[in-house]
Design a protein around this ligand. Sequence first.
Ligand code: FAM
Length: 456
Amino acid sequence: SLTLKEALENVIPQKRDTVKELKSTYGGTVVGPITISSVLGGMRGNQSMFWQGTSLDPEHGIRFQDLTIEQCQKRLPNTGIDGDNFLPESMLWLLMTGSVPTFEQTGSLRRELAIRGRKLPHYTEKVLLSLPKDMHPMTQLAIGLASMNKGSIFAKNYQKGLIGKNDFWKDTLEDSLNLIASLPLLTGRIYSNITNEGHPLGEYSEHVDWCTNICSLLGMTNGRSSSNTCNLNSQQSLDFINLMRLYTGIHVDHEGGNVSAHTTHLVGSALSDPYLSYSSGIMGLAGPLHGLAAQEVVRFLIEMNSNISSTEQEEEIKNYLWKVLNSNRVIPGYGHAVLRKPDPRFTAMLEFAQKRPTEFKDDENVLLMQKLSEIAPKVLLEHGKSKNPFPNVDSASGILFYHYGIRELLFFTVIFGCSRAIGPLTQLVWDRILGLPIERPKSLNFEGLKALTNND
Ligand code: FAM
C-alpha cells in the first residue's frame, strides 16, 4: 500500500493544474468587499486566505475535507487498537491527501511517526532541561520547537541551494512529519519539567500510536507517579488514551484564519522552516483569547461549585450566572465568533463523558459542566447579547483532563498544541506544493482610511 508521501504525490499534479487555471482564467474575479469595520475589526469575514484541509460552517461546525466529526468517527480507522476513537494519524492522512486512509495506511503512518519520534535531538533535550521548571509550559514548547530548527532538512537544503522551488514541499513534509512525531516526547518532557523536577514520568515506545505515547509520557498509563495527584486503574488509563485520541483528533484544525493556523501559515510564507513556523503558531495559541480558554472554564466550574449547594439546584446556577453577567463578565465556554450552534467538538467531548456514566457520576465538576450546557444557553438567550448562546469547544475538554488528574491548568494548551500541529503543518506542505508566495497584505493608516470615506 502507498506511503503518505506517495499518496500525496498522486494528487499533486491535478491540484497544481487547478491553481494554474484559477490564476490564469479567474485571477480577476472579485471574492468580496472589504469594509472599514473589517480593517479595524480583526479582518472578520474577509475571505482572503487559501486553506485546504478544513472549512467552518456557522450551522454545522467544522468539516475535515468535507467530513463532519460524526462522519470522521464512522469512517476514519483506528487500526483495531483498543478503543472507540479514530487515530489522529488517520486525520493527518485525510487532511494531507484529501482521502480517507485504509486500515493499512493508517497503521503504516502510525509506525512511521512512532519511529520518527523516538528521540529528541540532544540539543533540544539540553535546552528543555535547562529551563526554569516554573516557566510557562507553552513557552517551553515554543522554545523546544524553535530549537529543532537546527535539524531542519528544509532549512539545510535551502541554504545549500540543493532544491528547486517545485520540490520545496518534499523537505517541508519531512520536517513536518518529524515535528509532529516529536510532540509526544516534547510534551512529556515539559510535563515532567513542571511536575517532576524534569524526571521522566513514563516511557516512549515505537510500537504504539502517537496518543498512547503522549499519555504514557505524561505518566498516565502505568498508574500515576508520586508527583501526580491520583492513581488511574487500567480502564481509566485506557479511557484517558481514548480521550486524548478524541481531543487531539478533532482539534487539529479550524480553518486558516484562527491565530495559531494563520501565524504558522504567515511565518511559513517567508520560507521559514516548519519548526520556526509552528513554534510561532504556538506563541499565538498561548494567548488567552485563543488556546487558553479551556483553563478559564475549569476555574469557572470549580469556583461555581464552591458557591452552589448542588449541581441539581437549577435556580442557584441561574442566579450565579446572572451575577456573572450583571458584573459584566462573560460565561467562559459559551459563544463563538463564527459558529451559531453548539460546537460539534463540544458535543463529541460531552458524549465521551455520557458514555461513561459510572466514571463521572461523582465528579461534581463534570456534572456541573453537563448541567450548565442545558442552563447557560437559556440564560444567555434571555441576556440577549451573545450571538451564539451555545457551548463552544472549550466547555468540556479541560474539565475532562482535570478529572483524570491533569491539574496543571496552563498545561492544557500544550495538549492543544500537539493536536493543532496537524492542520497548519499540512497546509504548510500544501503552501509549498502550490508555490504560494510570501504574504504581504496592504495596510492603511488614518489618512488612508479617511481618504476612503471622502470618496463615498
Ligand atoms: N458570556 C457573556 N457575554 C457574551 C458571551 C458569553 N459567553 N459571548 C458573547 N458575549 C457578549 C460579548 O461580550 C458581546 O458583548 P458587547 O457587545 O458588550 O461587547 C456580545 O455578547 C456580542 O458578542 P458576539 O458577537 O456574540 O461574540 P464575539 O464574536 O464578539 O466573541 C467570543 C466570541 C468567543 C470571544 C465570546 O463569545 C466570548 O467571550 N465567550 C466566552 C469566552 C470563551 O469561551 N472563549 C473561547 C472561544 C473558543 F471557541 C475559542 O476560540 N477557543
